[in-house]
Structure formats: C-alpha cells, structure tokens
Design a protein around this ligand. Structure first.
Ligand code: ADP
Ligand code: MG
Length: 483
C-alpha cells in the first residue's frame, strides 16, 4: 500500500468519541469497554463527514466502526434511506444488519432492511415502500432494485462498502461501480477491507474524495485488543485415515465450536454423517440445503447447539460466525486464497484461533504456494503411537453432544417479538426456567431461535406452546434433534 497509515490514537473509552449518549449506553450494555483501534481511528473521521478507507484484520470491529457513526447521524423521524451498506454475501448482510439493530436498539422505530438475493423480492419491495432508514444489501439485488426504481437513493448520505476485497474476489467490481454511480454525489463514502488489492485501490481513487486512510497493523495493536493470531498446523495423513486424523486434531485442540472445510459436497455429507454417528454434535452446510435449513443450521452453530459445522467453500462463503476457535481443512483447497479465506474465520474478537489442515503426499507445491501467500510457515504436526490412543479412544474422549438445543419459535420481529419477550416467556412465573438455562436468542423477521439447556429443552418447548408471547400464541419446536 502506498498509503500513509494513520495510527490509531489511544482512546481510553468510547465517551471521548463524541457519540450520542444513547449509543454510549448501548455500547456499555454490550460490554464494549474500549473502542478497538480501527474504531478509535475511524469513528471521529466518519462523524466529521470525511470519506474513509479503513483496513484492519478480520475480527477487529470494523462493523461497529461504521455502524456507530451511521446511527449517530440518523434521523429516525424521517422515513427515508439515509445510509446504504454493501456487502459481498447474504450472511454478511445479515451480520451487519444484526449489529446495526443491536447498536441501534435505543433508536425507537429504527428500520434496517436487508436487500439480498435468494429471498422473495416482494417482501423487500413492501419494506422499501413503507420507508426504511438503513439498507444493507448485496450488489446484485441492489442493482435489481435500482433498475426497478424501488430504491430511492436521493436521501442517502452515507454509503459503506464492507469487505471490499471479497467483493472484488467474487466478481462484483462492476456492480459496485454501477451502484456508486447511482448515488448522490454529495454523499459520504467509506470503504472497509482486510486487504487493499489494486482493484480496490483503483475504485477508491475513482469514487472517494480526499479519503482519510486508516490502516491498523497487528504490531500497532495493544495486547488484549481484538486482533487475533492464527496458529497454523498441518497433519500428513492417508486417504483411508482421514477421519481418524480429524478426530486426533479435534481431541488435541479443545474447542467450543469448530468449522471443518471439505472440497466437495459429497464429502461434506459423508463426514457429517460419520461425525454424528460417532456421537459428535455436528451439522452441515452445503449448496444442496434450502435457505430455511441453511439459516437454521447457522443459527444452531452460532448459539452453540451445533458444535462442529462441516461446509464446502461455496456454502461457507460469507459465513460469519463469531468466536471460532478451530478451523480444520479436511482437505487442502487447490487455491491458496481459498485457504486464507477459510482460516480467516478463526480467532475472532481477540481470541487466538487454530487452523489445522490434513494433507496427503504430493501436496508440497500447494503448501508452498499457501506459505508464500501468507508469509507464515505451517507447522507440521506429528501423530505418533505415543500421542494417538487410536480412533475408538479418541472418539470416546472427544465426542460429546451439545449442552444446548435450539427451539424454533414461529414469531419474529415482524410479529413484534423481541428477545426480552422470549426470555420473559421462558423464565419468571410463566416459564419457570432459570435464566441460566437460556442461551442466545436470535430474533429474525418471521421466526426466532433460542438456545436452551438440553436438560430443559422439552419443558421449554412445552411452556412456549402453552403460553403467550406479547399476548399471542406461537408454535415452538425443537430443531435438529431427529437423529
Ligand atoms: P470485522 O468486521 O473487523 O471482521 P466485526 O465487526 O465482525 O469485525 O467484530 C468482531 C467482534 O468484535 C464482534 O463480535 C463484535 O461484537 C466485537 N466487537 C466490536 N467492537 C468491540 C469493542 N469495542 N469491544 C469488544 N468487542 C467488540
Ligand atoms: Mg466485517
């Protein structure tokens, strides 16, 4: 990068960032004690109306770096689109929208809409017609709406391109250009990325004005900040021995949740089956799943009721899950950049991550290409008679079900259901469950997922089906327990 890097000034707390008091309250409620370096450097510039180019590693808090300034300047009283966030994938859009809603939970009446492919356009048209404040979308579907005239860009004051590098990797460069061309010239533009390849630089040059550049490098980060390390290892194995090798890796690297990548969807299905049969808590994500089941398995993985998620690259694209402590490449990908994307999913939010790849003979060139790209050697792991007690024992010591299960509730945001309402229905006098038995609650448009302790899962379903939420009856079912 030719850019001058602006090193983040050290900010003791969020209060010194001159954000609206309601945002400071929410940030406190979320337990964010200090802004991460990218936040400390970006928020003042964005509040001042500057265009901005922000680069920092995955997991360093880029979403809040742009979400907080967007929310700060928002006029909820005006039902017009004031900010647009463009992300490469549907899952990333969902994640950004979630964060905007979470951080904006004290902005009464705030409407954030996701405009993404793979969903009926009708619903999006209705939402846009009713008036929304922030749109988060993928390039293709945004262009679709621009073409139909259903996305009124006139009042957009800020546009953010998130994960710009991946947008280009995925071939959305021209679409992004067209979207920027359709926006008011007076707008503010911010671009966030983990890397700045030449194509992204060119786009910045073309569409940003005197942009402030913020580049946070690892060594400029203080200890304890949200910039994780990834420890990379590899284990030589033979074709028939892969499952055994995987179990060895799982046993050696304690994990709450792990993502396991395969190169082909047939392998994904087989592996998920083998893991489940062995007693692991596992789910799969491949291109054959319909959207509903895909969302469902992701919700379960996020809330800890599925601990191992087996995925292909296509299905895992844009998958954004927090707090992954282990990524396993069950098969080494052919492309080095695919490897980097895969392992980038570990070590979020300050937690160090581990990535282990199973390799077979003859893959030295692939490994060398990967090491050349990352500039970091991958440490060979040794499996010996001393440290490998055999497949059966490995499974016995490692495979365990999940302590949590997921309940699906047939009501969501559109039904005026909020997380607090669900918590209320489960605990207290009506529900009788202990708050400690209730895990993550995820409220979506039309349905909600709530994690509850396996011990009380049936009781939770029963209570929900008999009781009411916000005075209405909804259906509750346990998901993913058929086997
Ligand atoms: P990036 O976009 O840079 O990959 P994210 O915005 O997804 O990173 O943030 C990663 C995680 O860090 C999220 O779980 C987010 O809630 C958390 N986070 C963001 N800002 C802070 C903060 N100031 N303090 C603690 N955690 C934070
Ligand atoms: Mg991000």
């Amino acid at each position: 990068m030719t850019a001058v890097a602006i090193v983040a000034p050290v900010h003791p707390d969020f209060a010194s960032l001159a954000l609206a008091p309601s945002l400071l309250t929410v940030v406190g409620e979320l337990g964010y004690t200090r802004p991460t370096p990218i936040q400390a450097a970006s928020i003042p510039a964005l509040l001042a109306g500057e265009d901005l180019i922000g680069r920092s590693k995955t997991g360093s808090g880029k979403t809040a770096a742009f979400a907080l300034p967007i929310l700060h300047g928002l006029d909820v009283g005006a039902r017009s689109i004031q900010a647009l966030v463009v992300c490469p994938t549907r899952e990333l859009c969902a994640q950004v929208a979630r964060e905007l809603r979470t951080l904006g939970r004290r902005h009464a009446g705030l409407t954030v809409v996701e405009v993404v492919g793979g969903q009926p356009i009708r619903r999006q048209l209705d939402a846009l017609l009713r008036g929304v404040h922030v749109v988060v979308g993928t390039p293709g579907r945004l262009l679709d709406h621009l073409g139909r005239g259903s996305l009124d860009t006139r009042s957009i004051r800020t546009v953010v391109l998130d994960e710009a590098d991946r947008m280009f990797d995925m071939g959305f460069g021209p679409d992004v250009e067209r979207i920027l061309g359709a926006l008011p010239r007076s707008r503010q533009t911010a671009m966030f990325s983990a890397t700045f390849p030449p194509a992204v630089e060119a786009l910045c040059h073309e569409h940003l004005r005197d942009a402030v550049r913020v580049a946070i490098d690892e060594n400029e980060t203080e200890p304890g900040e949200a910039v994780p390390e990834i420890r990379q290892g590899r284990l030589e194995t033979e074709r028939g021995d892969r499952f055994h090798a995987l179990c060895w890796v799982l046993a050696r690297h304690p994990h709450e949740s792990a993502l396991i990548f395969c190169n082909f969807k047939t392998t994904v299905a087989e592996l998920e089956r083998s893991l489940t049969d062995a007693g692991f808590s596992a789910g799969r994500l491949d291109g054959d799943l319909d959207q509903f089941h895909r969302d469902q398995v992701l919700a379960r993985f996020r809330n800890g009721s599925v601990r191992l998620l087996v995925a292909t690259d296509v299905a895992g694209r844009g998958l954004d899950v927090e707090g992954l402590d282990l990524v396993v490449n069950y098969e080494l990908p052919a492309q080095p950049d695919v490897y980097v994307h895969r392992i980038g999913r570990t070590g979020r939010a300050g937690q160090p991550g581990v990535a282990v790849s199973l390799t077979t003979g003859g893959q030295e060139e692939r490994l060398a290409a990967i090491e050349a790209l990352t500039g970091v050697p991958i440490e060979p792991l040794r499996r010996t008679e001393e440290n490998d007690p055999g497949l059966r024992r490995l499974i016995a010591s490692t495979a365990r079900g999940s302590a949590m299960q997921t309940v699906l509730i047939s009501g969501g945001r559109k039904d005026k259901v909020r997380a607090g309402d669900i918590l209320g229905a489960l605990t207290g006098e009506a529900g009788g469950l202990d708050g400690a038995d209730v895990g993550r609650i995820e409220v979506q448009d039309r349905l909600s997922y709530v994690a509850v302790s396996s011990r009380v899962a049936r009781r939770a379903v029963d209570r929900l089906n008999r009781g009411r939420i916000k005075g209405k009856r909804f259906r509750a079912t346990l998901v993913g327990v058929s086997r």
